[in-house]
Write a protein that binds this ligand. Structure first.
Ligand code: LMR
Length: 396
């Protein structure tokens, strides 16, 4: 039976790691998959996470099943981090939430929930959006359409076009927004723009679906939650998929949270039962380990401060690398102005170069990044920035 299926091309993002590994060039540069790297190119376990692992080792006394919704301390702690202390929806018991296997798991079960609510609805995603949004949402059987978001020619958000498109979205349709650090462009809505999107959601009745995968990597943990909190505080229904892969460095532990803000407690209880039955029908319950670590960190004041400082360190290192790349490009004679890279936020930047130029970077210079021209800023280092900038200038 298997012979009916063809071999598929490599994943546009994860496939880059295999291609990079296979490249024998000792000076190759990996700016592909979105993982944080230090100056030595390692993705270290955060100190706060290492300490939490020791605590967990000392106190965990069973490997029996956890509850279907996941580690409750993790759910409570991360919900509060996202929505803010004293959030009215949390206090009035309007928020359903389950731990999920990574941000991907959260996106997928939320898509399944939307399908149960209305199999006819459309999910609107930004053009461009993270490549895996399409299969995660589309494979649940939902229709996907795009709204204009980023203009490669000016390296900026097409806000007027975006708003004109969203103004036509039907009530009950869903609009996927990136809470912060837009993947792939790094171009984020500012506060005034978030306010306008809220006004439109109130007017047209679309439901925001917010993907928060990089909290703390943009401006700060608090600032990066602005759009998410604004929506939750002013709309009856909001959906959130959060990930702890990046800001806790827990990539392989698959730690995510699916959050559904509902109109009232009765609806909340129904939705909580629905999302748990969806999870049960796919993977039964989430793995406990990563969620247990985040629970420990969020509820231990000293570990929490240490983790905040580590997030701040990663954020400011990436910000410095942006400046370094922009300066080096100018130093090596780039005619194009790349200063927009300094304004972009988080782990990614869209260099706004052509697919042919991206291909030339890979084939001639062994520099690996996504065809769209998305680079992982954290893959830049003091060691490779000169060679990176020279190679880029040579393909422009
Ligand atoms: C990325 O965008 O590179 C990361 O989120 C990893 C992934 O799964 O695509």
């Amino acid at each position: 039976m298997f012979e009916v299926l063809p071999q598929l091309p490599a994943d546009p993002i994860l496939g880059l790691s295999a291609a990079f590994k296979a490249d024998p060039n000792p000076n190759k540069i990996d700016l592909g998959v979105g993982v944080y790297k230090d100056e030595a190119g390692r993705t270290p376990i955060l100190h706060s996470v290492a300490k939490a692992q020791q605590i967990l080792l000392g106190k965990e006394d069973s490997k029996t099943y956890i509850t279907p919704q996941g580690v409750q301390g993790f759910i409570d702690g991360l919900s509060e981090l996202l929505l803010g202390k004293g959030n009215a929806a949390l206090l009035s018991n309007r928020v359903a939430a389950v731990q999920a296997p990574g941000g991907c798991g959260a996106l997928r079960i939320l898509a399944e929930l939307l399908k149960r609510c209305n199999s006819d609805l459309t999910v609107w995603v930004s053009d461009p959006t993270w490549a895996n949004h399409i299969p995660l949402i589309g494979n649940a059987g939902l229709k996907i359409k795009t709204y204009p978001y980023f203009d490669k020619a000016t390296a900026s958000i097409k806000f007027d076009e975006m708003m004109a498109c969203l103004a036509e979205v039907k009530s009950g349709d869903v609009v996927l927004l990136h809470g912060c650090c837009h993947n792939p462009t790094g171009a984020d809505l500012n506060r005034a723009q978030w306010d306008e999107v809220l006004g439109l959601a109130q007017k047209t009745g679309f439901v925001p679906f917010i993907d928060v995968a990089y909290l703390g990597f943009g401006d700060s943990l608090e600032d990066d939650a602005y759009g998410t909190r604004l929506m939750v505080n002013n709309l009856p229904e909001v959906i959130i998929a959060a990930s702890c892969s990046k800001n806790f460095g827990l990539y392989r532990e698959r730690v995510g949270l699916a959050v559904m803000v509902t109109k009232d407690t009765q609806t909340r209880n129904a939705i909580q039962s629905q999302i748990q039955s969806i999870a049960r029908g796919i993977y039964s319950m989430p793995p406990s380990y990563g969620g247990a670590l985040v629970d420990i960190i969020l509820h231990d004041p000293s570990l929490f401060s240490e983790w905040q400082a580590e997030v701040e360190m990663m954020r400011s290192r990436m910000q410095d690398l942006r400046g370094l790349l922009v300066n080096k490009l100018a130093e090596y004679g780039a005619k194009q102005d790349f200063s927009f890279v300094n304004q972009q936020k988080g782990m990614f930047s869209y260099l706004c170069i052509s697919p042919e130029q991206v291909k030339a970077m890979r084939e001639k210079h062994s520099v690996y990044f996504v065809d769209s021209s998305r680079v992982n800023i954290a893959g830049i280092s003091l060691n490779n920035v000169d060679s990176l900038a020279k190679s880029l200038v040579s393909v422009l």
